[in-house]
Design a protein around this ligand. Structure first.
Ligand SMILES: Cc1cc2nc3c(=O)[nH]c(=O)nc-3n(C[C@H](O)[C@H](O)[C@H](O)COP(=O)(O)OP(=O)(O)OC[C@H]3O[C@@H](n4cnc5c(N)ncnc54)[C@H](O)[C@@H]3O)c2cc1C
Ligand SMILES: *[C@@H]1O[C@H](CO)[C@@H](O)[C@H](O)[C@H]1NC(C)=O
Length: 533
């Protein structure tokens, strides 16, 4: 007997059929019954990056966490197979991280979406939270919580990403300096491990699994439910932009803004490579750009734009947002008179990238290849990194935003799997730099795309090389060799390995990250022993 005892008869049969079939057959239209292993593998081999297109042999559209558990119990329990399993959230990875070549993709959007809001107020502090299924999109969580005047505290720029997908990375945006990344705002998780165990974990219960999964690149288990901290939702947001022509002044002002966490609620910033970049980044920012003086153009002239926002949070001292903004801007050193602000609803503010999406879709420039590169850079290396970046791009033809903004290391929990630069003890500020480049198919061939990918590798190599003293780490890291991953994890590698052998000893999960090679199970009962411990 090579299958776990707790497989139900029918699902066992289905799985047995699947693994005894040649993969071509699995891809033909078939009804696989309650486990609905689908024929359609075209979405499961696609992601936002449109660089890798690895097809799985089968797709599972689970109706419950139990079905995921049955699948993983079976796969880890049967000997001599090399089947891998990848959860797929919204598939907004860049480098095939949610793909499983010849394996099984578990499409998390098929889990019944469930959002349960718990409002708790004791005295001054509120401990409200939402229990939300892992495949839910952040936009849907926002809509539900706003109905009762609550909202999560920490966000990504774009909301059509899943809870499980961003928690497997970090989830960062302009609120991270204040509340930490999304992984710092989770109270509890339900996870199905690589051996099929269903575990509820938190900082006090199965904490190794909890900390492992947060930022864990899908390596330790599949998140089926997360408990997300909520706060009272602001109604409106004063959203401000200020322009700089000097990087040093720009970054000093950003660093000043993140020390004002009592009044500032959001800080980001971007490089303005050309006048187009300013206008095309302004779809969601309803200011009258005609009133903005023309920026001097030319290949050598580069500007920087700080974005900050002030919310009308109910517990703030002052609710006159204009006064607060005035107080803040009086301390900044942007180019006079280049500051402008708008007032928008909290929902529109958080959902701002959706407007960019709509306009890019209209131009046919959304479903294109995205050779993106994201780096965490310690403050001590940011000037050098900026220079490296600008040396390696062509400002006049670069398409897409380049974001730069600071965050505070002490808002991250070092027990979690997320990798940060290795800091000097007295250094607390790091930047994220995101080169969100689109490869416009009208002007960029396959060859040109490959060129962008080689350039990204070069930038990564230099920025992470101890010799360069930049000290950067990739965010949403993409590497192909174990040696590179070992260097990436640095001092965290041993812990990562130990967690892997505890929770996914056969390396079944998220093969698209390309960290571990799938192992054979030579003894069918191994995982049952683990389970019964
Ligand atoms: C337009 C756009 C804007 C973005 N903006 C930001 C941003 O502002 N900040 C930021 O931090 N990131 C941002 N990202 C990156 C994004 O957070 C990651 O790509 C994230 O992985 C996407 O979530 P997803 O649901 O699409 O995950 P997928 O791409 O589906 O999966 C990502 C990885 O997580 C694994 N996984 C998926 N679901 C689960 C689960 N339930 N349990 C365990 N593992 C799972 C997958 O196997 C895969 O390895 C952006 C991406 C895009 C395309
Ligand atoms: C890290 O984990 C250890 C062991 O579980 C725990 O004692 C400690 O409080 C954790 N630290 C943080 C910052 O959560």
């Amino acid at each position: 007997m090579e299958f776990p005892m707790f497989c139900t008869g029918i699902s066992f049969l289905i799985l047995l059929i699947v693994f005894s079939l040649p993969s071509e057959f699995i891809q033909s239209p078939m009804d696989f019954g309650p486990l609905s292993l689908l024929h359609a593998t075209n979405t499961a081999s696609l992601d936002f990056g449109r660089i890798y297109f690895n097809s799985p042999s089968a797709v599972l559209r689970p109706q419950s966490p139990k079905e995921i558990s049955v699948l993983l119990s079976f796969v880890s329990g049967s000997s001599y197979n090399k089947v891998t399993v990848a959860a797929r959230g919204a598939g907004h990875s860049i480098h095939g991280q949610a793909q499983a070549l010849n394996g099984i993709v578990v499409e998390m959007d098929s889990l019944p979406s469930s959002i349960k809001i718990h409002r708790k107020v004791d005295g001054e502090s509120s401990h409200s939270f939402a229990d939300v299924s892992g495949g839910t999109l952040w936009i849907d969580l926002l809509k539900e919580t706003l109905k009762v005047g609550l909202a999560p505290r920490s966000w990504t720029d774009y909301l059509y990403l899943t809870i499980g997908g961003t928690l497997s990375n970090a989830g960062i945006s302009g609120q991270t300096f204040k509340y930490g990344p999304q992984i710092s705002n989770v109270l509890q998780l339900d996870v199905v491990t690589g051996t099929g165990e269903i575990v509820t974990c938190s900082p006090t219960e199965s904490s190794e699994l909890f900390y492992g999964v947060l930022g864990g690149l899908g390596q330790f288990g599949i998140i089926t439910n997360a408990r997300i901290l909520l706060q009272d939702a602001p109604r409106k947001v004063k959203w401000v932009r200020a322009i700089y022509d000097d990087f040093d002044t720009f970054s000093k002002d950003q660093e000043l803004l993140i020390t004002m966490a009592n009044i500032v609620d959001y800080v980001e910033g971007f490089v303005v490579l050309n006048e187009d970049a300013l206008h095309s980044s302004s779809n969601a920012f309803p200011a009258n750009l005609a009133s903005i003086p023309k920026l001097q153009s030319g290949p050598s002239k580069i500007y920087y734009c700080i974005e900050f926002a002030v919310y009308d949070l109910p517990n703030k001292d002052t609710n006159n947002l204009d006064l607060v903004v005035e107080e803040i801007t009086s301390k900044l050193r942007f180019m006079e008179p280049l500051t402008y602000s708008v007032e928008v609803s909290y929902f529109d503010f958080l959902n701002r990238v959706f407007m960019e999406e709509s306009s890019l879709r209209e131009l046919g420039l959304w479903d294109v290849s995205h050779p993106w590169l994201n780096m965490f850079v310690p403050k001590s290396g940011i000037a050098q990194f900026r220079a490296l970046l600008l040396e390696n791009i062509s400002p006049s033809t670069f398409e897409g935003p380049i974001l730069i903004y600071p965050m505070l290391r002490d808002k991250w929990n070092s027990n979690m799997s997320a990798v940060l630069p290795e800091f000097d003890a007295d250094e607390n500020i790091m930047y994220v730099v995101s080169m969100l480049q689109s490869a416009n198919p009208n002007s960029c061939s396959q060859e040109c795309l490959q060129g962008f990918l080689r350039r990204n590798n070069l930038i990564t190599k230099i920025a992470t090389d101890p010799m360069s003293k930049i000290g950067a780490k990739q965010y949403l890291a993409h590497y192909t060799e174990e040696k590179q991953w070992r260097e990436h994890f640095g001092g965290k590698w041993q812990q990562f390995l130990a967690r892997k052998s505890a929770f996914d000893p056969l390396n079944i999960l998220s093969p698209g990250q390309r960290i571990f090679k799938r192992k054979y199970n030579t003894s069918p009962y191994t995982h049952l022993t683990v389970n019964s411990q």
